[in-house]
Design a protein. Sequence first.
Length: 364
Amino acid sequence: MLRTKVLIIGGGPAGSTAARFLAKEGIDTILLERNFSFVKPCGGGIPDAAFDELGIPRNIIKKDVKNIKLVSPLNNAVDIRLEGGFIAIVKRGEFDSLLREDAKVKGAQLIEAGFNHFEEAGKQITARVNINGKEEQIRTDYLIAADGVNSRVRLALGLKLSSAVYTLTTKIKNDNADTCEFWFGESHARKSYSWIFPEAEGISAGTGSSDPGELKGMLKAFFGRRGLNADSTATRIYKVPLWSGELYNKDNILFIGDAAGQVMPLTYEGIYYAMKAGEFAAMAIIAGKPSDYKKLWRKRFNSRFMIMRKLCDYFLRDDNSAEKLVSLCRRHEIQAATMKLWLEKSSDGRKLISFANFFRKVLN
Ligand SMILES: Cc1cc2nc3c(=O)[nH]c(=O)nc-3n(C[C@H](O)[C@H](O)[C@H](O)COP(=O)(O)OP(=O)(O)OC[C@H]3O[C@@H](n4cnc5c(N)ncnc54)[C@H](O)[C@@H]3O)c2cc1C
């Protein structure tokens, strides 16, 4: 049986970041990732400020995106130029490996293995894991569940998974873009939007819906509307969790990133918040107070997530509301406030209040 102070399940941005912070403080940490070659289907867009904040080298950035385009159901378009920052595009496989390697350099033990279930999950925690086809046990004081939207740790504890929106994405190699495009319209995206994202090579195009069964037809409809070649469809369905803000820790088991549903409503931005959750979980464990994790996360992000959930529920409910959203985003002060909220991640309460006030008229 292996023994450690902290066992982290999942080596994506959330788990690797927790491992980096714990190992840096000399805490005995094992990071378990079931497949080092796994590449998460993801646009790989991260606000550039996150790189300095979290000590990640900027040379991993493949593209700087400074333009955003919103297109309404009735084809009204708004182009927004980002100021004071940009969306950095990374290649997810490369980015996740870099974070894991950094955790290793700082002293974490990396093991390619899958979590199966718990032998015990009370005062003592013993996990059963699959290493090279053999089941082994790892005993630990703390366990961090960073195993993504289909979290096996949640299921093993009898906890429900977050509700989710389903996405279907395709990569188109022989196309190019320097703008992130968000297309609204119920004919091709339900309770969601369709998008074009610049990639390191080519673009990714995708759409979202609460019903996975209608995604193929919707992606085709989006391709038609956007004028994309519908033949290049090597597609993948993947879930984005819908945030509810209920799950932080169960005693010494902490949930972070997609496993905790920590994806920003409306924008579906999850990488930055997954990494910050990893940092906060590590800080709470270092302090020996796992319940601090919830306090740290809520203090920094709860108001922002609540506001965005309200806006998401309102603006993504039908075409009329999406039309209003794009029309509102024509106003310079709304563009500026939205981009600040996206690119600057400080918890400045005044900025949040002024942002909420902009939209109050519409929501009431
Ligand atoms: C189509 C799409 C586009 C997106 N685009 C963006 C974007 O542009 N910007 C953005 O910020 N967010 C985006 N997101 C959201 C973002 O991808 C996630 O929020 C982010 O990856 C969450 O990180 P995580 O570490 O919590 O989970 P994940 O990245 O899912 O990592 C979980 C890890 O756990 C491992 N794992 C799972 N089960 C086990 C197990 N039993 N044992 C061991 N390991 C296990 C997996 O292999 C994986 O490596 C997008 C999501 C989708 C679906």
